[in-house]
Ligand binder design. Sequence first.
Ligand SMILES: [Zn+2]
Length: 208
Amino acid sequence: MYCREDLISKIVEYGRRCGEKNYSPGYSGNISARFEDGMLITVSGSANGYLKEDEIVYTNFSGQSLEEGKKPSSEKFLHIEIYKKRQDINFIIHVHSPYLSSFASAGKDLMEPVMAENVFYFGGIPLAEYALPSSMELVYNTAKYFDEYDAVLMANHGFITASSTIEDAYMKLELAETYAQVVLNTQLLGGAKVLSKKQAKEIFDLRV
Ligand SMILES: [Zn+2]
């Protein structure tokens, strides 16, 4: 397992990558890593793309900061709920990346099988119902999709993905954001040729 310093440097590194690719503009988004009986999470008001090592706070699963003077992200309960629900998940990345946020803000999910790669990696990307940011309603509306999926659009808000490793969570973000861009482009080109149920199932079955 990773030590605390390793986890902090991974969060800083992948936060920077999110910033460089404009997946996490300005102050938007937050990142966490499961650690001991709680998690290490970016502090309230931090910017994923420009994190300093002291902008990550050890927080317990009651949502309390275990470091004096440091306040965890206001979305801490969403991260906690996903960690509680899924023991296989060790890292969570939440961003407001432009293409995924466009779908989320248009009230459109990404469940249709358009690109084989997306079916393979995600099955689909569902859209969680809108709730006020940082509310418990947002936590329940969003976390429930992690029973079946590893990546979820959040209506009028953004996107969240989770995995056993931060490398994989970041790859899923990169794939999903590019996928959203492709789906939008297909609409300019007259609409996507959606894969049949049979074709989608064949791809999905390659996973096992
Ligand atoms: Zn957000």
